[in-house]
Design a binder for this molecule. Structure first.
Ligand code: HEM
Length: 394
């Protein structure tokens, strides 16, 4: 008998084996303690996102700590329902169109080379900690109009708020709370400095400070929330995917040789890494109407855990789903979600991830991963590597 709890030590360490067990059952799994259905099959998540958007609310938040534990929900478009959501998302929607993102290719390539150069000199380094993570943190900050120093420091504090001790449920630890206080203090100070001199604001922050939607303007707390959300999503997932790409490739020498010989395979590699090692482990919603989900009656008020990391390994959707195969083709894609809340940053993530991997492979030769010292992030929210030591060949 499976007793699945997303906050259990086993699930927070690495939930993939548990998901495999859960997928053997038909339909979703009910976690009584949290009044929550775990949607572990591709089709269930697809149907909720495409057919039942009117039956669910995002206002309870998306992270498990909000929806399942009732922790305060930051007021931001990611936790709004569709009509209001669309208007606030639209303030920066154009910045994330494929053609707009492409304009940043050169800047991001230059940044990647700059961070990589001293690492190349050393020969051995942590691919996640020292390369991809800092590049994405700096880039997420750049898009908000932040300095490098602030981007890196605030990203570090966000990581501290997301740190989980074994068995910890929610963001209640002293370490989380202290980091949260420090982060919010600094961000409020920053917003006040911008209010005093609006010329200093840049990127998304400047756009949101100037925006008026339905006669409403953003308050200081809204701007602080926006920065936390964008520093988190903008830098918390793409590096994991790049790390997964390099790791899985090292485990598959034939595919590794193909990629090193032909860098046009890198986008396929990036997508396969995101499929097999989906970084957005679980995002939640809450039902507001009763509805039928492929024979399972969902009741208004029940929580829905969209277990993307499981859906992407569902055998009913992907042949030999657990196998890593960069040449795989498939019809439907859930890596970036689907529906009105589909990932805003998907083109940015794809382009940046591809650049970071290409630049690495240009200098890596037949690199060797120190498998014994790779670690995965511990927690209920994001999933993937957070340490990936390796040695390049030249
Ligand atoms: C490999 C990297 C990434 C993956 C796998 C990923 C995946 C996802 C997923 C699954 C969702 C939820 C979609 C849904 O609810 O249907 C999401 C939402 C979102 N993502 Fe990403 N993401 C990635 C990178 C990024 C980046 C670089 C940004 C940069 C800004 C970003 C910004 C967002 C935002 C703002 C949302 C919320 C959208 C909304 O609620 O309207 N993501 N992402």
């Amino acid at each position: 008998m499976l007793d699945y709890d997303p906050f259990s030590d086993e699930a927070m360490r690495d939930p993939r084996a548990i998901y495999e067990q859960l997928r053997l059952r038909d339909g979703p799994y009910f976690v009584e303690k949290y009044n929550a259905w775990a949607l572990v099959h591709f089709e269930d998540i697809w149907q909720v996102s495409t057919k039942h958007e009117q039956d669910i609310t995002f206002t309870a938040g998306q992270p498990l700590t909000n929806v399942l534990l009732g922790e305060p929900v930051p007021h931001c478009f990611v936790s709004m329902d569709l009509s209001e959501h669309r208007k606030w998302r639209n303030v920066i929607h154009a910045d994330y169109k494929k053609s707009t993102v492409e304009q940043d290719r050169e800047r991001i390539t230059t940044l990647a080379r700059e961070i990589l150069a001293p690492l190349q000199e050393r020969g051995s380094f942590d691919f996640y900690r020292e390369y991809v993570n800092p590049v994405l943190a700096i880039n997420a900050g750049h898009n908000l109009g932040l300095s490098r120093e602030n981007s890196i420091e605030w990203r570090r504090l966000i990581d501290e708020t997301m740190h989980r001790e074994p068995g910890q449920i929610g963001t209640s630890s002293q370490r989380n709370q202290a980091a949260g206080m420090e982060l919010f203090g600094q961000l409020h100070g920053y917003v006040q400095s911008l209010r005093a001199d609006t010329e200093k604001a840049g990127g998304h922050v400047a756009k949101y400070m100037a925006a008026e939607v339905d006669g409403k303007r953003m308050e200081d707390q809204d701007l602080v929330n926006l920065m936390v959300v964008f520093l988190t999503v903008g830098s918390g997932t793409t590096p994991n995917t790049c790390a997964a790409a390099v790791y899985h490739l090292a485990k598959h020498p034939e595919q590794k040789a193909q990629v090193l010989a032909d860098l046009s395979l890198v986008p396929k590699l990036f997508f396969e890494a995101a499929r097999v090692d989906q970084p957005t482990n679980i995002l939640c919603r809450r039902a507001i109407n009763d509805f039928d989900l492929r024979g399972t009656p969902i009741k208004a008020g029940q929580n829905l855990m969209m277990v993307y990391a499981s859906a992407n390994r569902d055998e009913a959707e992907f042949e030999h789903a657990a196998e890593f195969d960069i040449h795989r083709s498939y019809k439907r894609d859930l890596t970036f979600g689907v529906g009105g809340h589909m990932c805003l940053g998907m083109h940015l993530a794809t382009m940046t991830g591809t650049i970071l991997l290409e630049e690495f492979f240009k200098i890596s030769g037949d690199y060797q991963v120190d498998f014994a010292n790779c670690t995965r992030a511990y927690g209920e929210f994001l999933s993937g590597f957070d340490h990936l030591p390796l040695t390049i060949a030249k």
